[in-house]
Design a protein around this ligand. Structure first.
Ligand code: FPP
Length: 258
């Protein structure tokens, strides 16, 4: 196994090749990423954790560019989990400050690039000024179609599923929904991700191999790729490498090979 930081793909059936996916290779419609390793990146350099998060924000920019270049239509980034509120207050303040800065300063450029922004998660937990910025960013970019970028903020999949179940129960009690007629697609309409296709590929950086409460319902048939690279070191090469590995996987959605 390669050392963390080298950027090798783990769990691949075939030795990973670096570089671009082959011409005509299947491109995932939706890539979702658990951006992990900012703290370790900073610690390895004797820097405060916020320096890792700032470098992580640069990796976010590179990743958006790479997704656009590869014609990936949907990109979802796990930027702040519902559990992240339990971090030391100073780090929470740093992270929310970075988010505020990012949304205020980058939306114009994202808009110019044709990016449509959406935010999922419990945004009510953020300061009202951030909530306003998030809403404005969504409104400004809602006509864009080049890349659908979803940022998960204060997001936890179990809470999302429970909230959906609560809405379903309320609709049943109000008589507007027949419980016997509820389908998987019908249930999914109550999730934060209504209107967003399920991810085909979920990446996690930093060598950890867990979903950590990210898109648990939506990931049912996603390919999972774990990269031995810390998030601030992630960029175009690692994105292309992950797409190449995705193209080598055979997806059967539970069906037998034909
Ligand atoms: C995980 O690294 C990363 C986070 C909790 C925050 C992710 C934030 C960014 C990438 C920057 C801002 C993003 C946007 C969209 C503005 P960690 O701190 O858990 O690292 P560690 O596991 O090495 O400690």
């Amino acid at each position: 196994m390669s050392a963390v930081g080298k950027g090798a793909v783990r769990g691949a059936a075939v030795a990973p090749q670096s570089g671009e996916p082959a011409d005509g290779a299947p491109v995932p419609t939706h890539v979702a990423i658990i951006m992990d390793g900012n703290g370790r990146w900073a610690a390895a350099r004797g820097l405060p954790r916020i320096a890792g998060h700032r470098a992580g924000a640069q990796a976010v920019r590179r990743t958006i560019e790479a997704a656009i270049r590869h014609n990936v239509g949907w990109l979802t980034l796990y930027a702040f989990s519902s559990e992240n509120w339990r971090r030391p207050l100073a780090e929470v303040i740093d992270l929310t400050g970075l988010l505020r800065h990012y949304v205020r300063n980058e939306v114009a450029e994202l808009h110019e690039s044709g990016v449509r922004l959406r935010f999922i998660g419990d945004r009510a937990r953020f300061d009202p000024d951030i909530q306003d910025d998030l809403r404005r960013a969504e409104q400004k970019t809602e006509g864009n179609t080049r890349l659908n970028l979803t940022v998960a903020l204060s997001y936890g999949a179990r809470a999302e599923i429970v909230a959906a179940a609560r809405l379903v129960a309320e609709a049943a009690r109000a008589g507007t929904l027949d419980p016997a007629a509820l389908t998987e697609d019908g249930f999914a309409r109550y999730l934060n991700t209504d209107g967003i296709p399920d991810p085909d590929l979920i990446l996690r950086t930093s060598g950890e191999q867990r979903l950590s409460n990210f898109l648990l319902w939506q990931s049912a048939y996603a390919e999972l790729i774990f990269l031995d690279v810390l998030w601030p070191d992630f960029g175009a090469a690692q994105f292309a490498e992950a797409l190449a590995e995705f193209a080598r996987r055979e997806r059967r959605f539970g069906a037998r090979p034909g």
